[in-house]
Every structure is written in structure tokens, then in C-alpha cells.
Design a protein. Sequence first.
Lengths: 567, 914
Amino acid sequence: MNHNISSLKELDDIKTKNIEANRPYGKKGCYMVTVHLGTCGIASGADEIQRSVLQEIDKRENGNIIFSTSGCVGFCALEPMMTIEDYKGEKTTYHSLKQEDVARIFSGHIDNGKILYELNPIVKGSKLAEFYDFQVSRVLHNRGRIDPFKIEDYISFDGYRALLKSIEIGDPGELIRIISDSGLRGRGGAGFPTGKKWEFCRRASSDNGIKYVVCNGDEGDPGAFMDRNLLESDPHSILEGMIIAGLAIGATKGYIYVRAEYPLAIKTLSNALKQSMEYGFVGRNILGSRHDFDIEIYQGAGAFVCGEETALLKSIEGKRGMPRPKPPFPANEGLFGKPTLINNVETFSNVPQIILNGAEWFNEIGTKDSKGTKIFALTGAVNNVGLVEVPMGIPVRDIIYKIGGGIKGDKKFKAAQLGGPSGGCLPDQLLDLPIDYEEVKKAGAIMGSGGMIVLDEDQCMVDLARYFMDFIQDESCGQCTPCRIGTRRMLEILTRITEGKGEEGDIEKLEELAEMIKETSLCGLGKTAPNPVLSTIRYFRDEYQEHIDTKLSCKRLHKKAKRKKVE
Amino acid sequence: MNNKKVSNAVKNKPADKGDEKITVFINGLGYAADKGLTILEIALANDIFIPHLCYDPRLRPQGSCRLCLVEVEGRPEAVPSCLTVAEDGMKVTTDSDHINHLVKLNLELLISDHPLDCMTCDSAGSCALQDLAYRYGVAGTRFKGDTHEKKVLDDNPFIFRDNEKCILCGRCVRMCDEVIGANAIGYAGRGFESEIVPAFEQSLKNTDCVFCGNCISTCPVGALQPRPYMKKARIWQVEKVRTTCPYCGVGCQIDLHVMDKKIVGVSAPEGVEPNFGNLCVKGRFGMDFVGSNSRITHPLLRNSSGKFERIGWEKAIDIVSEKLNGIINKHGPDAIGVLSSAKVTNEENFLMSRFARAAVGTNNIDHCARLCHASTITGLIPTFGSGAMTNSIGDIKYSKASIIIGSNTTEAHPVIGYEIIRNIISNGLKLIVIDPRSIPITKHAAIHLRQKPGTDIAVLMGIMNIIYQRGLHDSTFIAEKTEGFKDFAAGLSRFTPERVAEISGVDREDLIAAAEIFGRSKPASIFYAMGITQHTCGTDNVIAIADLSMLTGNVGKPGGGVNPLRGQNNVQGACDVGALPNVYSGYQYVKDADIRKKFEQAWGKELPAREGLGVTDMIEKAISGELKALYVLGENPMLSDPDILHVAEALKNLEFMAVQDIFLTETAEFADVILPGTCFAEKNGTFTNTERRIQMVNKAVDPPGEAIEDWKIICSISGAMGHPMGYANAEEIMDEISRLTPIYEGINYKRLSEKSLQWPCTDSSHPGTSILHSKNFTRGKGAFIPVDYRPPAEVPDKDYPYTLTTGRILYQFHTRTMTGKVDGLNQMAPMAIAHINKDDASSLGIADSDMVMLETRRGSVKTKALVNSKIKKGTIFLPFHFADAPANILTNPALDPVARIPEYKACAVRVSKI
């Protein structure tokens, strides 16, 4: 099947036809029921909800109900969820659903047109809606509203228009200029200017002209699920971003590296790829442009270190995923020795909108050097655990208190951990720190790929450091000494301290090892591995010292603190 | 900077990287160096210490040990010097307090997971970690914690792995991947639990490991040990004697580790040509034959009852000289044949030549070159003017493409194979393999053309036709440097891809692709061996190769050339110094009266003008009764010649045979007198390797029993026959060689002890010649000679429906006189195995490991079958090493009309299950 799309008109036709057929807009009495089927939703029982919804629809047979599914809407704490949208486009999202709720909602909301406020749904103005009110949905703009298995849905919300526009622009230099001007920086964590990277790749020479575009979807930080969400909920935005990148750097082949632990993402993505090939967005002579671009999905086999770009490339080559020293950078010598552009999922997802809306639209929000939005997986001790997209520059406090709804159980905030095992924590005195690559780094954490774990007063910070060190030392590729042995020795010291067996001098040893590992490790994994320790020592040194002085384990120290509080 | 030093840091990289010089400042001193080198390379070349564990100049840097850190002005953090390419004006500090702190801490970490059993560790004294710990005063660690109790791997005869001592530097893995191409080992596990294990954690024997032991040679600690040499000696107790490996023609430089007059280890010197520290399994582990208790230790005489009895030297010399003199008196000197040896030194071969010509008075002298590269001489002399490898091993790194045709390089010339593989992996060399079998190196090839045995000319002409049709030939080179092209080119068009595919069974598209690669890659080289020469069309095969190289303008250039790989350690030298029936040393013709006069004057004796008999002809003349006696030095025709039942008949027919050898070979069993000679480790002299490199052989141990140096034995017999030679030592013989041999004129021991030299080396200041024909061809202009395809002498028919081809295997050498005495090698390859294609096997009802009978018109052999698809359908391969399944019972003695070389590589055979 080939749809022979070559102009905006064909895209518009698809959009019109799809909205006409599959949306309730303007059809009074018509409702669209969407069950949100992200991995998180399914894990909470969304499949059963879907079954009940379909049964209810079957019972009615009046043709006024449009059924759809979508990916996750980001409010993890409230899964499973379904949204009812009426002919005016008003949305009501019911959450924390049990199977028996479905019939009730149908008879109340759909049969009688009454919103069931007793179920505390998310509607405009409700308390829960605040979770969304302070967010800026750009990358996540399609969440909840498109069926990731239907390319027509993506097209209906301006999908693939950026690709068409890119082909019209034609000049790769101009495409790269737009990306550069936008100020987009790598969303994988390091924040390298995306336009610059594209420019390096475009300029890199390849003896046989082969270049590659690689999408890094090997999301591995504990508590991070930004990429999974995008891959599951809006796969075409990633494909579109990659195809545009291919045009810009002169590549004809792309790989998406997704961890095998994301089966739904792989399923969604595979389907999306198939559809986009059918529509001629991927493959030979894209939209009649005489550009070719193929995409292959590559499943990672469960090594955290494969998120490191050089290790990832080796993994695609069929070798053991081991980082190699840079330079040469992948832009010059990447996959199979060819110039390779490697960007993160969220980075690619940003691209179509920047092309479509322009660099100025993108960089009108953000700080001086950090533009646009950033997605965070907000987890830990907050009320509203979920996936959030915030404008750069937003204070951490707003994310936790306005979007996150504050600390669970009205406990005291202790710290926010950013960047997972490569990151660090921000204590309460830094709550007003703006989300900005440089500011966060100065404070000893990193922007990272988007993990944000909120910790309350009960959390032992040494134990937190131990947890991350335990994770990372196990994931070291094993080739360089500082990372392989150094992180294990740090773990041993941390474990000792948390068990109440710490000794005087342990903190200094940790610092000594941390600095050495940071400076001398071969790759990013090792170079950032000591960050959680250094950052907790920086802000919570007294906790380490107390462990050592009292010879108490975390548990006993915690009990003691509680007693003290009561007194 | 006034105290500027000039360094000798010269890059070992292809010349096209440019020769620009830069200046780097290290610890305040300026050093000039080639652009493109790393800081570490420059520092090491200038004896500036930078600690390192994962660096080996043979390997691509990995930067994993993180010890070679230096500070570079303007960089925020210490950088690994092994990966940092120096820039002009760069300011580097190698030993600041900060750097020393980082290094020390790193060592502390390593030691925290490393057994400190240096007192019993075999690597003590040669352990880089021990040296660094000493230097930095790291006696223990402040970071005690978990340590590894990793498995010890001791399941093979050669390589012992103790992962407790492993520091994960990855050098062994890189060696195996980048140089050997075996990919037998790799990292497993993650984090602290990472370790190096054989592929899929199998026994090494079940991987593609070739047991070269180069992993051991690169291991900086005690994790890898040479199994046979463990617990024999501390490194400081041994004397290392530099010498030349006695196996194949690569001529690897080795250090024999000697203690208590025994060889207790073998290593290869780093950075020394031609092997640059690499060895193969035989070179590293195959030296047990030296001290074998089956050596012949006393002269032996066959008594009246047919048994050998011990006699004294005096009696032995008397008998030999009297017998030979008697035959000369009765039948004339041409009734005697002398077989010299490609295993003994140049000096000894020269003496054998003098012995035959001056003491006996015959030109009947030959050696096994007849059986291997006679066609190289007869093919390259008329085309190029010189019958030797045109280029050098060190030159491979400049090649953009190579053809390997009729050479199982990684098994027969492993270290050259490794160099080719290294360049495929690291420098993008494109390899075309032309061979009926999927020999091991084909896994690294861009294209494998699988021809029927004996159809090489068709394939080569086909490639040349495509190159010419597509205009990929080098017309400038052809016009300026060659002649006869017009006639030659006229004959090409008959070899259309279709016809070539029909004749050879090679895929048409592959043929075209191969021609495209070879025609478009400059420079491009060709390597060949017995698969080309051992045919009745061997001479024409070689001519076709020479034509191809000239057509593409690849002669006389670095990275190009025609490279015949010589099979024996000194087969090149034996030819060079005149162990041939038609030439004296330096290929000076016996028929040339002026030349003859020169030798007559030197030796004080009138010399015969008539060309003598070659090996194969001597056998015929022995059968016919014209040849009465043979004096055989270190050759074993009873296994190595074709149709050995016929050879046995010939040897039985002789009146007298003296055999001088180190073992009682199959041939020696026929002797009347056996003279105990010495092996390479027991004498001084020189060998000349396949790339014309003359290298020293130095005595490391004493000969066993009463065995004495072969050159002394030759002198004694010669003296007793009335032609005293009077050399005091091997050096005096070399001095005579260089006086009489223009291509060796600049060779002497003094120069050789400093550096090996490649001939032609025409005076004492001549640096030697690494590439032949670089200005003009030796014969003036290169001559294109048209050749035509003709089938082997014996082709499959109804009665004998398969083609038998023979060759070497990695773990054995020649007739196993040496390798047969090495336990480990025989564990790896205990018996002959016939390789049979799986389709052929299934139609014959033969399963893998079945016993089969191979029969030809000459005889039959029982052996085990190896069934797979690595061999072309219709072809059977049998190694020729094994006396209990001697392939040469089967082979066809049909000869190339010019080279007189037998057709070992193709005869008709039938196969049946026993």
C-alpha cells in the first residue's frame, strides 16, 4: 500500500477524514471514550477496564460512542484511567478505576450526560488538574489524545507536516540552522547542543557516503520512564525526528535502540514503523523527495552501559556493549566506523515541532542556555507521581509542590535526586533552583535524562548513595580499573557505614576514590558514578558522620531520630 | 627551548598519513616527532617513563587501565597518553604530584583485587604490575574488600589462565581479535565480576583458538602462562638466546630461554622484524624436539643382519668417504646424488654445494625446494628476473587489497597470516581468497573464490580479462616498465567470466567483484604458496600471477608485489647458496664458464659443467640404476616425495646411502650409515626467510651425545675424500659466501648480529633490499608471458571420481620429525584426517569421524573423515604429515615440464567407507 503523499493537501485529507470518522467533535450526544494503555496503566489493570468499556459499548449499539485507546497520560499515581471527551472537546478523566466503576460511568456520564464528580475526575479546574496546569505539553502534546497504533491519529495532530516542510526547505544547512537557533540541547542528560552535533555529522566525511542516525532508547536509570512513555504513546514523533535528522546530515539509515525490557514500546514502534513505510515516510524516495531513509529497530539485551553511546553502537554492531574512548566521536567514527548521529528519544521527539513552529517558538520558553521543555519522571515521596513536562527554568519547588502536589503524608521534604545513578541531590535550601543544565550542574547534580526522585525526611542519604552505587558498580562494563574496582570499593565503604560499621576516615576515602574515579574513568558511566556519593557528602556530610560516630545502622539511626522528634 | 632533543619517534603507520613533524614538550623538554603519534608513543621512544598496563604497540590502544595519565596544558583533567594524539607545541607533564597520586591510587585498587603471591608466581620478574608497584612503593592497599576467586582454566596443553591474577586490561582479547582474528576469548560478566573467558565459556579447544600464545606474550601480569614452560625457571635465572625459528619460512625471531643447558621457555622479542613479537603455536610451543630422547646421539651403521649398530665417528667418516670414492671410481661422480636441506643453515647448504661439486665432482645436488617452489623460480625468472618474494612482511600494512591464492596462510605461515588479518581489521585491507577450501582466513575475506583444484590459470586470466576490459590496468606502468603486453593482451579475451566460471566452478559475479577490488585498490599484493606451485602447470600458474601484478602496476611498490611464501625455515637460503643442480650460490649458472672459473679458483678444484639432477629425477635414476649412492642431509623423501612406494623402491635400489639427520626418519630407515647432526638450537649460522631476510641462528644448547654440527660433518667427509675444506667456524663459511655471491656480498656476522638484512645486499654499507624491482625489473623490463589453462595430469573419471589435494595443518610440520616429538601439538592433531564435503559424504554414506579408504592409481590410505562444507564438492583434502596415513602414497609424481615439480595438489581419487 502506498499513499503517494507529496503535499500538505494529502496530509490534510487524511486528517479531515480521520477526525470526521473518529472524533466526536460537533456531533451532539457523541462521546469518545479513551482507555489509557501505557505499560503503567496495563500493570494497574487497564486491560480489564478496556474489556468492561467494550462490553458497555456493545450493550449500547447506538453509534454515538467512539472508542479509542492511547498511551499513558502521565499521572501514574492514578492508574488505571479513562477519558470521556464530548462533542465540544471537553474532557473528563476518570482515574483509579475499578472494573465496577465502568458501568456506573457509562450510565451516568454517557447515558445521562452527567459527570460523576463523586469519583473525583480530572476536569478543568479540579484540584487534580493542577498536575497538568503547571506543565507545558510540547513533546507530550499527543498524550492521551492519539492512538499510538494509528498513524492517522498522529497525522491528525500535525504529524509528518514537519517532514514535509523539511523536504520543502531542502537545504540541510537550513534545517540544521533551525535546530541550532532553537537552542535544543541533548535530552539524554549531557545537554550537548543538538544543532552542533548535527552539523558535525553533516560535515563528517564518509568514504562510501554512508552515515547513520541512531536513536538512543536504552533508558536504564532506576525510576526513569520518559523514553518508554514516548515510545509507547507517540512513536511517530520519534520516527519523524529521525527522518528529518537523516535529511539534515545526509544519512539513509537509522537505528532505534530500545531495551528489550520495553515490550510494549517495541510493539508500538514496530507498528508505527510499518505504517510510516506504508505511507512513504520511511523507505525509498520519501514523499517523492528522492531521499531514502530506512529505520531498523534494535533490541538491547539489558546492559545499562549500553545507554552510553559508544557502547550502544558496539551493541548494534553485534559486539559486547563496551564503551570506547572518545575521540573519535561517533559524529566522525560511529556505527560500523561511519559518521553517526546519536540522539536521545526525547531529543528526536522535539525536532518535528521545532521545524514546524520555528526556532523562535521553541526558545521563547526557558532560560538563557536551556530552552524549551524537559520531561521528568517525578517519583518518590510526592503525592502526584507521574510523568511531567515542564518549561526550562521552572523552580524545583514548583515541580514538587505545584505539579507533584507536595510530599506524601505531609512529611518534610529532604531532597530531590536528579539524574539517577549519574546524578546528585538538591537539598531543601536549593528548592528554588531553576531547571537549567548549568544551574543544576553547579549544584552538584545533573539534568540527566529526567529522573527526579523526591525524598522525605525519613530517607537516609547514605543509604541513598549506597543504593545508587550498588546499582552502578554492577553495571560497570568492567574494562577500566577505576570504575570496575573503584566503585566496588566505594560500595563496600558505603555499606559498612550504613551497617553501623563505618570508621573514621571513611568519608575521606570515599572522597578520594570518588575524585579519582570521576577524573580517570574511561566513559561517562564511570565518570559520573561517584556523583550521588559526592553530592550527598556535600549536603549531608553530617549524616555520614553520625553513622560513623554512633556506629548505628540506618534503621537504628532512623528510630533514634524519630524518638528524638517525639521528645 | 634551548635544550631541545630530537626523538626517534617514528610512526608505524602507512606513509599516506604524511611525514609532517611536530614538536611536543614533555616535562619541559622539546621533542620532535612525526605527526599522528600519541603522547605515549613519543614518550616511550624517548625513554620517558609513563606507567601503562593495557598498551602494547602491536595492538590498537584501548585506554582501559587508566594509568598512562598525563597533564596537558589547557585541559581540565588528566588525559590518557595512549589515546591522546600529540599536537604541535603541546605541553605535557608526566609526573606531577596529582598524576602520581592518581597512578598510585589506581595501583592500590588493582592490588586490592590481585593475589600477592609474587614469590611463587611464574611472572615474577616480568610482571608489569609488580614493577609499577615497586616503582610507586605500593606494598598493599587501604581499600581491602571483596576479591575474586575466579576459575583457573587449565584444559588445554598450551595456555593456562588464572583469572585471579587478571587485571582486565583486555590485551589478550585485543590480540585475539585484532591480530590473530580468532575471537576465541572475550569479556563476560559485568562490573567487579567481569572476567575474560573463552567464547561461550567453553574450553579453548572448542573455540577458534589457534594456541599461538600471543595472548600470553601480551599479558602484563601472571594471568596467562605458557602451560609447558610453567614452574621451570625464574625469568632472571634464564639466559635468553636470540635465534631464528626452525619451522616455516617466516623466520620469526625468538628468544630461547636457557637454564641448565635446557630450553625452558620461548618468547619473541618486541619490535623486532619480521614478527614484531608474535609467534605461532609451533614457534612458541614446538621446541620439545630439541631435547627429545629419540634424537640420534651416535653414528650408526647397518650391520649384516640389517640392524643399526653404534659406531665411532672416525669409522663412520671412513665408511662414507670410502663408499662414495669407490662409486666415483667405478661409475663416475654423476652416480652420486646429494640431497641438501632447507632445514639446515646457509653455511651448511653452501658446504653441501661445495661438497657435491668439488669433493664428489657432480652437480647432482638438490633439496626440497624442488618439491615446493621450483615453479616460482621457473615462473618468476622469465617474467621478473628474480625468483623470490618481491616485497616484505612489514610491507603488508601498505596494501589496500590482497589476493591469497593457493596458500593456507594462517596454518602454514601463521605469522604472515596474522599480519594480513591485523591489516584487514585495523587498516581496511580487502582480502580475496582463491582456494577450493574455506581455509581459516576466508572468514576475514571480502570475497572467496572457490575454484576446482588445478584451475587457477583460468581464474587468474579471468580476473585479468575483467580488469583489462574495464580499463583498470595500469597502462603507464605497462608502457614504461614491461614488454610483450600486446601479445599477452590478445590472449585475454578468451577468458570470459562465463568460460572461467565453467572451467573453475567459481561464481561469475564473485569473479567480477574480485577483479573490481583488485583492479581498483592501489597498491595490491598477491600471496601464494604450494597451491600454485605444486601442479604440472606450476610454472604457468606463477607466470599468470606475475602477469596480474604487472597488469595492475603493482610490482616494485610498497604494499604490492608477488609474494611466494616459502615453506621451510631456510628453503630460500638453501636455494640462495646453491643447493640446486644448475646454479652456484646467488643463482650463478654452473654452465657459465666465467662463473665456474670463479668457483674453481676459490675451491681449488675443477668443477663439472653439466647441470645435475633434481630430487625427482634422482629418484628415477636410482630406479633405473644410474644413480648408485645418495648422501641425504636432513631430508625425508620417504614421506615428502610423491608416490612414496616408488621412492622406497628407488632407495632400496641404491648401493649406498648415508643419512645425516637429528632423528631416525622414514628415509633414514633405508640408510647404510646414519650420521647424527644437530638442530638449529645447537649451532651457529644463518637462515634466510621467505622475504629474503638473512638472520642469525645462535647456539643455545649443546648437541646430544656425540652429535656434532652438520657443517663439521660435511667438512670431515670432504676431507676424507680428498678435498679438505678447513673452515674454523660458521662465520668463515659466510665470509666465503659473501666473497663469491654478489647478492650476499654485504652480508657478514657483525652486521647480522645487529640487524637482519634482506638480499640483494651488495656491499658492506648496502642497507639491504626490502622491495625488488623498484626501479627496474631485475631482467630489465618485466615480461608479459601469455599462458593457457590446461587441466591437471590426472582428472577425475569413473573409477576415481574425486580430486585429491594435499597440504599442511597448523599443528604439524612437514613430515612431523619435529612436531611429532611435541606432546601438545600431537594432542591437538594426533592423526591424519581427510576432509570431505558433506554432500559427497552423504552420497557415499560416510559420516563425520568414520574411517575411510582413499585410493588412487598409486596406492591406498586409511584415515578418518572430517565431513563439512568447508571443502568444495568433489574435492578431498588430506594433510601430508602423517606416516600412518601418508598422503604421498596417493599423490601423482607427474611433473611440471620446466620446474620438475610434482603435482601434489591434484590427482584422481576414490573414497569408500571402511
